[in-house]
Ligand binder design. Structure first.
Ligand code: NAI
Length: 338
């Protein structure tokens, strides 16, 4: 079967890692008709979102998209294209699996956490205004509907993946109304899943626990902003942003993307590590019912990392994008299907 998938290669290293990912999926025999769109946040020095309506329509039609990084202007400029895509398509659940890859140097071993981040509201709503000169106000929006929806997603995911414990992360001791509502909503959902142990942890303690003993966690569910920060902390536990995937999932569409940015320092030099986008594409294959191909590619990826002679510089190797990709394609022939 041929799957139709929207591809947004993005900018910076995006097109390089997208090309590598396409080559690997094709070599693994997965048949995908790519509907490709060159959507960028910045173009020829001009700052501003060029969120092509046609690309969004394509994602709506195909229901599945793979996306490379896009630039966001810091403090000023237009709103983030990444955030706009998530909002327009109501991709309310951000899924970030964080686990060790064999051969990738990291501070911890045996980390295997899935971070489930609410993706549509909280301080990410971008509702800010200047009250009087020198004073700004930023609104933190938390709704029962979105909190319940993300909790349901997390518990269903844990049930499907046979994970036994979920931690809700919050700061309801201080933000009693907003985080309080988030927590009450998650608790109500937790009551429907007696087979899963439900725990709560304040976000600052959770950060400390994550860097002291990350193996205690299986699934975390968090409001948007804490989810954003804790996800990158999670990436840091297992080797950094170059080796972790993500999925943005809604009821109508799902968009899979690497969590790293456009890496302007190495863009166009053939040095980018495509692992993060490749792992994101494996989440996509699972979503498309191509789990067997996903596991075979993962096996080949682990072979390349274990062997260690064709890995990229960000993880301590010497190879460029093309050499890494060639090695992975060669390893597919050796990869047993699990
Ligand atoms: P970045 O992730 O682009 O780069 C941070 C460091 O990690 C750099 O040294 C870079 O070379 C390295 N790096 C990142 N990905 C890599 C890869 N695949 N292989 C090898 N090295 C890699 O973060 P930065 O510099 O903060 O952001 C640059 C731009 O990307 C900004 O405009 C930012 O807004 C945007 N961005 C976009 C994201 C998205 O589209 N989802 C996510 C994060 C940032």
């Amino acid at each position: 079967m041929t799957h139709k998938v929207t591809l947004l290669p993005g900018e910076g290293i995006g097109p390089e890692v997208a090309e590598a990912t396409k080559r690997i999926l094709e070599a693994a025999g997965v048949s995908i008709a790519w509907d490709e769109f060159d959507v960028r946040a910045t173009r020829e020095g001009q700052q501003g979102p060029l969120l092509a309506e046609a690309a969004v329509e394509s994602v709506r039609r195909n229901k599945v998209a793979l996306k490379g990084p896009m630039a966001t202007v810091v403090a000023g400029g237009a709103p983030s294209v990444n955030v706009a895509l998530r909002k327009t398509l109501d991709l309310y659940a951000n899924l970030r699996p964080v686990r060790n890859l064999p051969g990738v140097k990291s501070r911890f071993e045996n980390v295997n956490i899935v971070i489930v981040r609410e993706n549509t509201e909280d301080l990410y709503s971008g509702l800010e205004h200047e009250v009087v000169p020198g004073v700004v106000e930023s609104l933190k929006i938390i709704t029962e509907k979105a909190s319940t929806r993300i909790a349901r997603f997390a518990f269903d995911y844990a049930t499907r993946k046979n994970r036994k414990t979920i931690h809700a992360i919050h700061k309801a001791n201080i933000m009693k109304l907003s985080d309080g509502l988030f927590l009450r909503s998650v608790r109500a959902v937790a009551a429907d899943y007696p087979a899963i142990t439900y725990k709560e942890m304040i976000v600052d303690n959770a950060c400390m626990q994550l860097v002291m003993n990350p193996q205690q966690f299986e699934v975390l569910v968090l409001p948007n902003l804490y989810g954003d920060v804790v996800s990158d902390l999670g990436a840091g536990l297992v080797g950094g942003l170059g080796v972790v995937p993500s999925a943005n999932i809604g009821d109508e569409a799902a968009l899979f993307e690497a969590v790293h940015g456009t890496a302007p320092d190495i863009a166009g030099k053939g040095l980018a590590n495509p692992t993060a986008l490749l792992l994101s594409s494996l989440l996509m294959l699972e979503h498309l019912g191509e789990g067997v191909a996903a596991r075979r590619i993962e096996e080949a990826l682990e072979l390349v990392y274990r062997e260690g002679t064709h890995t990229t510089r960000d993880v301590g190797g010497q190879a460029g994008t093309a050499e890494f990709t060639d090695a992975l394609i060669a390893a597919l022939a050796l990869a047993p299907v699990r």
